[in-house]
Design a protein around this ligand. Structure first.
Ligand code: FAD
Length: 208
């Protein structure tokens, strides 16, 4: 099951970002907590997204498929990834992400059975002395993985822009929406998503 947990991050991103912006114009005396958020939102609308790089958040993400991970790691800027290794970590207890369109249908159990066959064969290869790094070639893209990812807020905004929108595939869109929810919850504001189109609906007809 998809889980997004905050490990660490900038304590007060709105302060750090607005303080940096105010320094440019020597107006730190106006960095009032009551106006900070609207000031930062205005900077974003003005195209000054580089200011968001002053803040970061580190997340632990689990319960996503390797297929989703493959989409996620295409984002190269303002982000650092550490992904659990299938070379070194035994996958014998692997779980699988069932595509949204199959959930609750008769295909759901068949899908899981097919994954189970792949997993059984993976285990047989291990028993016969094949290395984990080679046996893993049998595992489906649905296999769950986990990662620790650090975004600065500019990278986070870009992820939301590209992946929480209606065009993105359902799994990465669910992930991007969950990241937005968790981070907004933690800081009590979703200022970093200012002006972005965020989908609220499940879409099984994504492009990737
Ligand atoms: C709906 C959807 C469908 C997709 N379909 C496909 C597909 O069919 N096949 C496929 O291969 N990929 C596909 N992708 C992935 C897509 O092509 C990008 O690789 C991915 O979204 C990463 O985005 P990005 O280039 O903005 O990279 P990021 O690394 O997130 O970069 C962030 C921003 O930094 C800047 N930047 C990054 N690198 C450079 C650079 N080298 N030079 C200059 N500026 C840079 C750009 O402004 C970029 O937008 C799809 C993505 C989406 C959202």
């Amino acid at each position: 099951m998809l889980k997004v947990k905050i490990i660490s991050g900038t304590v007060d991103p709105l302060y750090d970002i607005s303080n940096a912006a105010r320094m440019c114009t020597n107006t730190q005396d106006k960095n009032d907590i009551r106006t900070r958020e609207s000031f930062v939102r205005a900077r974003i609308r003005n195209g000054e997204e580089n200011l968001l790089e002053h803040a970061y958040v580190q997340l632990e993400i689990s319960g996503i498929s390797r297929s989703c991970l493959q989409q996620l790691v295409r984002h190269r800027f303002h982000v650092v990834y550490s992904v659990q290794s299938q070379r070194y970590v035994d996958q014998s207890n692997a779980e699988f992400v069932v595509p949204l369109s199959l959930r609750g249908t008769t295909m759901e159990s068949q899908f899981l059975a097919f994954c189970g066959v792949a997993l059984d064969n993976y285990k047989k290869l291990l028993e016969r002395g094949v290395k984990k790094e080679d046996a893993r070639y049998l595992l489906p893209e649905a296999t769950c993985t986990k990662a620790i990812i650090t975004y600065n807020f500019r990278g986070l905004r870009h992820l939301i822009r590209m992946r929480a929108c209606p065009k993105a595939q359902w799994e990465i869109r669910n992930l991007a929406q969950e990241i937005l929810r968790v981070v907004a919850d933690k800081y009590g504001t979703d200022f970093f998503a200012e002006g972005l189109e965020v989908s609220n609906t499940a879409n099984t007809k994504g492009l990737l």
